[in-house]
Design a protein around this ligand. Structure first.
Ligand code: ATP
Ligand code: MG
Length: 730
């Protein structure tokens, strides 16, 4: 049976086979993108089983994402031809959760311990901090949470944190608070996400019998994306893999050029010292890339060659393409909106040439960039999915901000009130909320009016009264600002005056800057609409667009970080501009290290593509303060000419590109939009090119007709997307 199955090895090159058949002893596969590292790991897994070296549960296989572990499970099953059960295959966190469930008592937990989510973590930390009377303006709880998480990433329990580490944050109390927080977690029979790794590593360190059990159990260890392991993950692996006096069968695969998680504590040094950690280690290099065409590889290699801190690798294509390969296309467009339009148009035309949408991806540098694409994709009716993230308008911070705006628009919106009354924290717990409810009900007024009433009658006291007073006055003053200055200024003011923006500014978690960017992007989106009401109506429509199409092929929209390890025929890479990619934060830091990590991210992006890599940069980008000119990314200059086609001169004239747009091709087939472009509810129908007038913005010309909205360029040069019912034909 082993022999007849051996053809699972026949599709591999010599180096790959070598990496698979060298089953015993430590092995490092160090190789560039698309050289088959993951495939080697998967085949190795199957090979170990098929040659009877171990039972399925005696192999420990670590992947970086849940998606990757699903894929590996499927690939292993396909090679074996059966469903293998009880596999120790998953992400570091998933594997540690399972180990902790087997021995929870070692971490002072019971079998039913809970894993806290981020909100609960913060709530708990705030309670724990109270006795220290920390100045939370200066050292907010989320910041401290970040410090604690970094310690956990490094495998440091409270007692292992040195004085030097402890000195600056939270007036020197960070370590003590960390200790109290851990104690409190234990009392609650709970742990946070970072504890999963930390507890298990501690357990292995302090319980030799448990360590010995797992060391005996796992005869083989396989690790994907080794370049992105952080210290505690590394320690965990080393404990499991290093048995006294025996060689360990650990196989790690990785690529130093794809190390992109240092901001989460990943240590590229782990890969560099593999040979010291595991004496006698063999290193296999794979040089043939089976994923991408030679131009894609050439472009990626030319780019990454600008990094100084690298081990250096050669990559040549292993594909035997019959057709000549396409060069990497770099397209300059006038602005960020045209960029979204151009990419959707291109995706659609490639789709009609026979490429499946499932084989296309738009990879963005930062989460906030997805909004423009989401809206375009929705308007054009191209099915898409967001991977490793939430749709823009469903993100927590966007929903919070929308709740503020809904309350501003309609102070009777009780759901909105309840969502944000204690965000940021205003000391309004369930009991106080109950009070507000009771009072409002007895007066038959909405919660907001009820709150105003209770305040004016002096029925609220102390800190709560203070907080609610400033909340109510923030909303009232925004209402008058809304009349005077318009909805964009009002929205900005409300998010500021309510303390909502400060809440995220004070948050030191790695996600916080991204959330602030999303909020800016939200304010920016408001500028497309004439009034707050129009905007909220638009959002309601966008949010309603539910996923009826689960099985349909979809274009993927995700961040570059989320795309690691994946591959697509066609990859769109928008926003290659200074300040977007490399990111503004990297430029502000000014360090070489940060820039090199951004460049590795660019390398990851390009090497996701099999056939076409399409890079875009816009001449100006809409930010919440208005249009900002933007410069092409330095990475564009680093792409070798012979592998690139540049379309910089082809900056599309607004008109011609929009004429070719999907709308005028009439391919919107979302039922209600098919055929004619009439506005709903039987209003007049508009055509691109028609002259119209708007009560506020004056005369203009219709560029696009999109369901209920028109895109209009006005005489003052502004382009706006407006509800068609507000627009008259001239
Ligand atoms: P990354 O660094 O991006 O994670 P990787 O090194 O893990 O890439 P894989 O994803 O394993 O690379 O392989 C890239 C592609 O090449 C896959 O589609 C895989 O099936 C294919 N491939 C790998 N080895 C061979 C081979 N010997 N012959 C043909 N195709 C191969
Ligand atoms: Mg891989």
């Amino acid at each position: 049976n082993t022999e007849e199955n051996k053809d699972y090895l026949s599709h591999l090159n010599t180096e790959q086979r070598n990496a698979i058949e060298t089953t015993d002893g430590p092995l490092l596969v160090l190789a560039g993108a698309g050289t088959g590292k993951t495939r080697v790991l998967t085949t190795r897994f199957a090979h170990i089983l098929l040659t009877g070296r171990a039972k399925p549960w005696q192999i420990l296989a670590v992947t970086f994402t849940n998606k990757a572990s699903r894929e590996m499970r499927e690939r292993v099953n396909a090679i074996l031809g059966t469903e293998t059960e009880r596999l120790w295959l998953g992400t570091f966190h998933a594997l540690c959760t399972r180990m902790l469930r087997q021995h929870p008592e070692c971490a002072g937990l019971t079998h039913n311990f809970t894993i806290l989510d981020t909100d609960d973590q913060l709530r708990l930390l705030r309670q724990v901090m109270e006795p220290w009377h920390i100045d939370t303006k200066r050292w907010p709880a989320p910041g401290l949470m970040g410090v604690i998480q970094r310690w956990k990433d490094r495998g440091l329990t409270p007692s292992a944190v040195t004085d030097a580490e402890d000195c600056d944050f939270a007036a020197g109390h960070a370590r003590a608070i960390y200790a109290a927080y851990q104690t409190r977690l234990r009392e609650l029979d709970a742990c946070d996400f970072g504890d999963l790794m930390l507890h298990v590593t501690e357990m292995l360190r302090t319980h030799p019998e448990i360590l010995a059990h797992y060391q005996r159990l796992f005869r083989y260890i396989l690790v994907d994306e080794y370049q992105d392991t952080n210290t505690v993950q590394y320690l965990w692996l080393r404990l499991l893999a290093r048995r006294q006096g025996e060689v360990s069968n650990i196989c790690c695969v990785g690529d130093d050029d794809q190390s992109i998680y240092s901001w989460r504590g990943a240590e590229i040094a782990n890969i560099l010292r593999f040979e010291q950690d595991f004496p006698g280690a063999q290193v296999v290099r794979l040089e043939r890339n089976y994923r991408s065409t030679r131009h894609i590889l050439g472009a990626a290699a030319g780019l990454i060659a600008h990094n100084t801190e690298r081990l250096g690798k050669t990559l040549r294509t292993g594909r035997d393409d019959n057709q000549p390969a396409a060069k990497v296309v770099v397209t300059g467009v006038e602005d960020s909106e045209i960029e979204a339009l151009a990419i959707c148009t291109e995706a659609n035309s490639l789709h009609r040439q026979g490429h499946s949408l499932a084989e296309m991806a738009i990879l963005v540098r930062a989460g906030f960039q997805t909004r423009a694409f989401e809206e375009r994709l929705m308007q054009t009716g191209l099915p898409y999915r967001i991977i490793g993230g939430t749709r823009f308008y469903e993100r927590a911070e966007i929903r919070d901000a929308l709740a503020y705006l809904r309350l501003l628009h309609n102070p009777a919106d009780n759901l909105a009130f309840e969502r944000i009354i204690n965000v940021p924290k205003r000391g309004i717990g369930p009991a106080s909320l109950q009070k507000l409810h009771t009072a409002s009900r007895s007066e038959q007024v909405p919660l907001f009016a009820g709150t105003e009433m209770m305040l004016s009658r002096g029925e609220l006291k102390g800190k709560i009264a203070e907080h609610l007073n400033s909340f109510v006055s923030a909303l009232l003053s925004t209402q008058s600002l809304l009349q005077r200055e318009g909805h964009v200024q009002a929205a900005e003011y409300l998010l500021e005056a309510s303390g909502y923006l400060d809440m995220w500014r004070n948050d030191r978690s790695p996600e916080a800057p991204g959330r602030l960017e999303n909020l800016k992007e939200l304010v920016r989106a408001l500028t497309d609409f004439g009034t707050l009401g129009e905007f909220l109506e638009h959002i309601a429509l966008v949010m309603e667009h539910d996923d009826k199409t689960a099985s349909e092929a979809k274009l993927s929209l995700m961040t570059l970080h989320g795309a690691k390890g994946l591959e697509f025929d066609i990859v769109f890479l928008p926003g290659w501009e200074e300040g977007v990619f490399p990111s503004q934060r990297t430029l502000d830091d000014g360090g070489q290290k940060g820039l090199e990590e951004e460049r590795r991210l660019a390398y990851v992006g390009i090497t996701r593509a099999r056939l076409h890599a399409l890079i875009y940069h816009a001449g100006r980008r809409r930010t919440y303060t208005g249009w900002q000119p933007s410069m092409p990314s330095r990475f564009l200059d680093e792409l070798p000419e012979e592998h690139v086609t540049r379309k910089n001169d082809g900056i599309p004239r607004q008109k011609s590109l929009r004429d070719e747009s999907l709308f005028s091709q009439g391919i919107m087939n979302n039922g209600h939009r098919q055929g004619s472009f009439s506005a709903p509810s039987g209003g007049p129908s508009f055509q691109p090119g028609e002259q119209v007038t708007h009560p506020r913005f004056g005369n203009g010309i219709v560029l696009n007709v999109e369901h209920t909205h028109l895109e209009i360029v006005f005489e003052n040069g502004q382009t706006k997307r407006l509800l068609s019912s507000f627009v008259k034909k001239i």
